[in-house]
Design a binder for this molecule. Structure first.
Ligand code: PRP
Length: 220
């Protein structure tokens, strides 16, 4: 890599269930941090000195914040988080991993019943507000931070808006999907200023990842 390009880029990756798939995708794109992650599983920042890359591992909901403020030049985050947060970031690539759906679900026993006042529990209050407002339906949105499926079981809410992958969690809690709001996959996002000032390096990474997504190996 020429000296001129040695300036470091910071890439924010999401902690949790998609981290493994993300690391595998970056490795196929010629950016291999798998060994460093295996060796020091608690480390939150990993430098690939030769490539001039620093990876930081943060909560998925925090990734758009790091990228919007330029603390990270690039990030990987689910479309669900992007739809919820509506941040000012550039979204150059669908990484096609971590596919899931955002759905409305309710207890099986209630399906088909009409209600005038609906309470909907979710970790996605803005997506939920927008969705029901778009249908002209007024609902009370209750914000939760996790274990959303418990809300109808405990009487906290009538319905939930949540992520579904295999559908197992819904089934286990006697809930059925009644509407699909959106499909979501992980996206590469970029800070708007970095995209201009570090254009060559960022587009090389976008291209390497695009090839990896399409199943072509790269030796970056
Ligand atoms: C997500 C989601 C569901 C579950 C869906 O939760 O909120 O609970 O995964 O997956 P499934 O359809 O394959 O069963 P997550 O594990 O992210 O935890 P959380 O509920 O605490 O947010």
């Amino acid at each position: 890599m020429p000296e001129r390009q040695a300036e470091r880029l910071t890439v924010a990756l999401p902690k949790g269930r998609t981290l493994g798939e993300t690391v595998a995708l970056f490795r196929r794109g010629g950016m291999d941090l798998s060994e460093a992650i295996r060796e020091e599983s608690r480390r939150l920042a990993i430098d690939l000195k030769r490539e001039g890359l620093r990876f930081i591992i943060v909560r998925p909901q925090d990734i758009p914040t790091y990228v919007e403020y330029g603390a990270a030049d690039l990030g990987v985050v689910g479309k669900d988080v992007l739809l919820e947060q509506e941040r000012d970031v550039y979204e150059p690539l669908d990484l096609k991993i971590g596919a899931c759906r955002i759905v409305v679900a309710e207890p099986e026993a209630r399906v088909g019943r009409q209600a005038t006042h609906l309470r909907v529990a979710t970790k996605y209050p803005r997506i939920t507000e927008r969705y029901f407002a778009g249908k002209g339906q007024q609902v009370e949105v209750i914000k939760l931070y996790g274990s959303i499926e418990l809300a109808p079981l405990t009487g906290l809410a009538d319905r939930i808006v949540d992520l579904v992958d295999t559908g197992a969690t819904l089934r286990e809690h006697g809930l059925v999907e009644v509407e699909e709001i959106a499909r979501a996959t992980a996206r590469l996002i970029a800070n708007r200023a970095s995209l201009k000032t570090k254009y060559a390096r960022i587009s090389a990474i976008v291209e390497a990842l695009r090839r990896a997504v399409n199943g072509e190996e790269t030796g970056r």
